[in-house]
Design a protein around this ligand. Structure first.
Ligand code: FES
Length: 634
């Protein structure tokens, strides 16, 4: 059958596909990444495109809002090319635009209280070794000769070598006149020779890469392991996003499609290889000089990165295949560094408290501090650790995608054009918004939504249950096919020319998300019989924290009502921990111990979480005594 040509505008990229191919697949083939939070199931309503010309078949059953339909949009995953088609992609439907901001946003260097204290003892180093040549009388074999020298140089009794390097040894020793430079990793008390060069090479360049694999984004740093300095850093979105936004849709894809796991594995490897190429580019550095890689990721991402089936992570009783995984050679994974380099992943605590949280706990020294600390990473899941030097508990609650813009009519991630703050005049209800990048508004991101909810409550647009107060006098409040909504930005001022609104349903979704996080914190405190005010510091990790206003977060009851000075934003602590482990054997060892030391609290066991969740579905809470600083309740 003749192929159909799909032309995407405004890119002017054309791709030939079999008739019956979805526009989502066609876009992927053309190298255009669309937002496809549900992985193409038709449920998220975000892969919106406009068919300008040609013949398509639109399948029923997708979740598309009446508003989008009215604007002539269709879901790319539910629309199939039947002949030549011209398809326009609105900017809001694109994934790739995250990238630019990511570099600034994810890699913010911020001081973390107490992160120092580890000396520079990298997981991999190069050693210049001089051996005594053998004689007829002293005829020890080549490898045992080298092994003895390395044992004494590193004070390590267990020294190994891979077969491929062992084969190079005799010629290298003789070519260098019994002087060689060896690359040696030291992981978990065992040293291994992974490279060998004849002579004492003038440049003993050795690099490592620290990687944070997030569900949405991936960030990496190239580190000079001789001095511990950061050479370059890069970030990008996780290309796995085309299989769904959250870990659950990716687990389903990996478990229910024959090629699913391989596809997800290859996609994250390709994301990382692209980043590696960018990391090495500035100094024209060679991939062969990268001898160590540390990876911090949530449990599902760790499984997919290593090609391990994640199926049972989402099935009760939620068990991962492995919490701690063995080191693996880069060549086995297809990572473009020295093929003999080791890749090590931070251990997880449980299915929903992963290596990224262990990494963050490591770098923030929570386990060494006498103060009771709440460490929290808010995304689709709220993952948290509570404790001090004597004890540590962790939990995860499903906040849903609202804080990342999912399930919100004009929700979007924190990228250019996203509304990040909202100001409303309490008398006239006139609105002022600011956007990331100071450009025309395209939608609203998590911090903007929190600000908006707090402002709505403060000026009386909504009541404590999140219901719109329909008696207020402003043309901005109106009723649509989907119920009551408030216009934040009129079409004349928005990028798309359409009004940007917040609906009552959006508010409901936000209430559920914030209630889940707060209920998680309360349930953890209940489990260890502590009161909220006993928390001495709160560390907020993740890109979301960079734009979050603590006052607003307390006003809506997302975070505990504690003095502002107790709160610190710590940026990407997962990446920082991965970097720390790379340059400190001691820190890596501590991370292994942390994985075992942190107790996991399963919030779905018992009724406590559900009761806390129901009580937190108000602004800020049904029990106002928990929010003493909030007095202006309307
Ligand atoms: Fe198309 Fe979700 S609705 S990808």
């Amino acid at each position: 059958m003749e192929k159909a040509t799909v032309l995407f505008t405004p890119d002017n990229l054309a791709v030939d596909v079999e008739p019956g191919t979805s526009l989502l697949q066609a876009a992927n083939l053309a190298g255009i990444e669309l937002v496809s939070s549900c992985g193409g199931d038709g449920t998220c309503g975000r892969c919106l495109v406009k068919v300008q010309d040609g013949y398509v078949k639109v399948k029923d059953g997708g979740n598309i809002s009446p508003r989008a339909k009215k604007a002539g949009l269709v879901l790319a995953c539910k629309t199939f090319a039947e002949g030549n088609v011209v398809v326009d992609i609105p900017s809001r439907s694109r994934l790739e635009e995250h990238q630019v901001l990511l570099d600034e946003q994810l890699l913010l260097e911020k001081d973390i209280d107490g992160a120092e204290g580890f000396s520079l003892q990298p997981l991999c180093q190069k050693l210049a070794v001089t051996l005594t040549p053998p004689t007829l009388e002293e005829n020890i074999a080549d490898w045992e000769r080298l092994q003895t020298a390395i044992r004494s140089a590193l004070s390590c009794s267990d020294v190994r070598i891979s077969m491929s390097v062992l084969r190079q040894l005799p010629e290298a020793l003789r070519a260098g006149d019994w002087q060689v430079t060896v690359g040696v990793t030291q992981i978990n008390g065992c040293a291994e020779v992974i490279t060998i060069e004849p002579g004492h090479t003038t440049s003993r360049e050795v690099y490592g890469v620290a990687i944070d694999i997030g569900t949405t984004t991936v960030a990496a740093q190239l580190i000079d392991l001789v001095n511990g300095f950061t050479v370059s850093k890069k970030g990008s979105y996780n290309k796995q996003a085309r299989f769904g936004d959250d870990v659950i849709s990716r687990i389903i894809h990996a478990s229910e499609r024959p090629e699913g796991l391989a596809e997800l594995h290859q996609t994250i490897i390709s994301t990382i290889n692209d980043l590696l190429a960018e990391l090495l580019q500035p100094g024209n550095l060679a991939a062969k000089d990268v001898l160590m890689v540390t990876v911090a990721a949530n449990t599902t991402m760790t499984h997919l990165f290593l090609g391990l089936p994640p199926k049972y992570i989402r099935l009760e009783p939620y068990i991962p295949l492995a919490a701690a995984t063995p080191p693996v050679k880069a060549q086995e994974l297809g990572i473009n560094v020295n093929p003999e380099a080791y890749v090590v992943c931070f251990p997880s605590v449980a299915s929903y408290v992963g290596g990224d949280i262990v990494s963050g706990t490591l770098v923030t020294n929570v386990a060494k501090d006498e103060r009771v600390t709440l460490f929290i990473d808010i995304g689709t899941n709220g993952e948290m650790v509570l404790g001090n030097q004597d004890w540590l508990v962790s939990a995860a609650c499903s906040a849903g995608p609202a804080f990342e813009g999912g399930g919100i009519t004009y929700g979007m991630r924190a990228m250019k054009g996203a509304i990040d703050s909202v100001d409303i005049d309490p008398e006239t209800f006139e609105v002022k918004v600011s956007t990331i990048g100071r450009c025309k508004a395209r939608g609203i991101c998590g911090s903007g939504l929190i600000d908006c909810l707090a402002t709505f409550r403060n000026v009386g647009i909504i009541d404590r249950a999140g219901k719109m107060q329909t008696d207020i006098q402003t043309p901005r409040l109106r009723q649509s096919d989907e119920g009551w909504e408030f216009i934040l930005v009129y079409g004349a001022e928005s990028e798309s020319g359409r009004d940007i609104v917040i609906t009552e349903n959006d508010i409901k979704n936000l209430l559920r998300a914030k209630a889940a996080v707060y209920a998680g914190i309360r349930s953890m405190l209940n489990a260890v019989q502590l009161e909220m005010e006993m928390i001495e510091r709160v560390l907020i990790a993740g890109g979301f924290g960079n734009y979050l206003n603590i006052g607003d977060a307390i006003t809506i009851g997302l975070l505990p009502d504690l003095p502002a000075e107790k709160y610190t934003f710590i940026g990407n602590s997962s990446l920082k921990g991965a970097r720390l482990a790379l340059i400190s054997k001691e820190a890596w060892q501590e991370a292994q111990e942390l994985g075992e030391k942190i107790t996991y609290l399963e919030l779905s066991a018992g009724n406590d979480f559900m009761e806390e969740f129901m009580s937190a579905l108000f602004l800020p809470h049904t029990d106002m005594s928990l929010f003493p600083s909030i007095t202006n309740v309307k």
